[in-house]
Design a protein around this ligand. Structure first.
Ligand code: NAI
Length: 365
């Protein structure tokens, strides 16, 4: 089977495979669209069960980035990278420097940043060999660095907005029970905000130390990774990996709302309809988890202070409201409406910010 035959191939502009035995690098960069600007999206470092699984992940994640960046109004297209985690003693610094060379070879068509399994330190290793990287660090004039806190802030605001739509009392999350799956950069920061807002937390992670910290700091209850999605809560917030909302898991969900950070939470499009039929509201992942890429874009484009990033992230609930209201009016799954809005944004005439970014790429080439 060729990449064109994969179920998740969606007219991606290009796919790039990299192999460097000296550093142990095996990586895929998927560019879904540069219609709005250079393709931007994080670099995932993960152990996949197979290369097929890695390619599928890259294809799905890259498309999600096109939609996310378009709906967030950023002058960026969509792309994503996966670096396969492999056994053997390779230097992490050299691995990511080699990945930087791979990114550099694309001449600015793809811009990388953090994702699951990568850190600010990795971005610095990448920056040794390419300038097409963000998430390194900010300054007084320009916000930057680790995108996770901004992602968590956007998810928090989106979750609160969606809670209003299922009949919750809006801004007041006091006593509302929320299960958070995954306590990494985003999940931990989200728990902090939910706890401050009075929510009662059920938490889960594969990493014991992360669970123990959340239990101690946020008075949370622990759930086993295999059971967290069935927890007796009001809201499920998946903040680990994708495809957790599927044929098997959806019938057992007891929450009325799913609102989390994980990319590609729906295993298939039918799962969005499954949730709708069960009366569970789904806040589409890429609508509410755009906070990180907003920060990454600000650092890369060198425009936007901390407060401007915060103000941009604070527009997420308004976009989500549009999606949820339209989905209710048309009795459609929320992800269908979000996809439609994103596709419209992708087709829209290029504004001046988009033109500016595209001209930079063609000059770099
Ligand atoms: P991370 O790598 O910092 O944390 C992920 C956590 O999930 C880890 O602690 C891991 O042990 C845990 N985990 C993995 N599988 C699990 C399972 N089956 N059950 C329970 N826990 C599990 O990743 P990060 O940055 O917090 O991202 C979380 C999700 O949000 C990912 O899907 C990512 O793509 C998405 N996202 C992240 C953004 C960011 O700014 N970091 C931006 C937008 C989306």
């Amino acid at each position: 089977m060729t990449p064109f035959d994969y179920a998740d191939f969606d007219g991606h502009e290009s796919l790039h495979f990299f192999n460097d035995p000296a550093t142990g690098l095996e990586a895929i960069i998927a560019i879904h669209s540069t219609a709005r600007g250079p393709a931007a999206g994080g670099c995932r470092h993960w152990s996949y069960l197979s290369r097929d699984a890695a390619l599928t992940d890259a294809l799905r994640l890259a498309r999600g980035m096109s939609y996310k960046n378009a709906l967030a109004g950023l002058p960026l297209g969509g792309g994503k990278a996966v670096v396969l985690r492999r056994p053997g003693a390779h230097s992490r610094q050299e691995l990511f420097a080699a990945f930087g060379r791979a990114v550099d070879s694309l001449g600015g068509r793809y811009i990388t940043a953090e994702d699951v399994g990568t850190t600010v330190a990795d971005m610095r290793s990448i920056a040794a060999t390419t300038r097409y990287v963000s998430g390194l660090g900010g300054s007084d004039a320009v916000a930057g660095g680790d995108p996770s806190p901004s992602t968590a802030y956007g998810v928090f605001l989106g979750l609160r907005e969606a809670w209003c739509h299922v009949g919750g009392s809006g801004a007041d999350l006091a006593g509302v029970r929320v299960a958070v799956q995954g306590l990494g950069g985003v999940g931990y920061n989200l728990c902090r905000q939910l706890h401050a807002a009075g929510a009662r937390l059920v938490v889960s992670d594969l990493d014991r130390a992360r669970v123990e910290r959340a239990v101690a700091e946020f008075d949370a209850t622990e759930a086993a990774p295999a059971e967290v999605l069935q927890a007796d809560v009001d809201i499920q917030s998946p903040c680990a990996l994708g495809a957790v909302l599927n044929e098997r898991s959806i019938p057992a969900i007891r929450a009325r709302l799913v609102a989390g950070a994980a990319n590609n939470q729906l295993a298939t499009s039918e799962d969005g309809e499954r949730l709708r039929r069960r009366g569970i509201l789904y806040a589409p992942d890429y609508v509410i988890n755009a906070g990180g890429i907003i920060r990454v874009a600000c650092e890369y484009l060198q425009q936007g202070t901390e407060s401007e990033v915060r103000a941009h992230v604070a527009r997420i609930p308004a976009t989500l409201r549009q999606v949820l209201e339209q989905a209710a009016r048309e009795s459609l799954p929320t992800h269908v409406v979000a996809d439609r809005m994103a596709e419209q944004a992708l087709r829209a005439p290029r504004g001046p910010a988009v033109q500016r970014e595209l001209s930079k790429v063609s000059h770099a080439n």
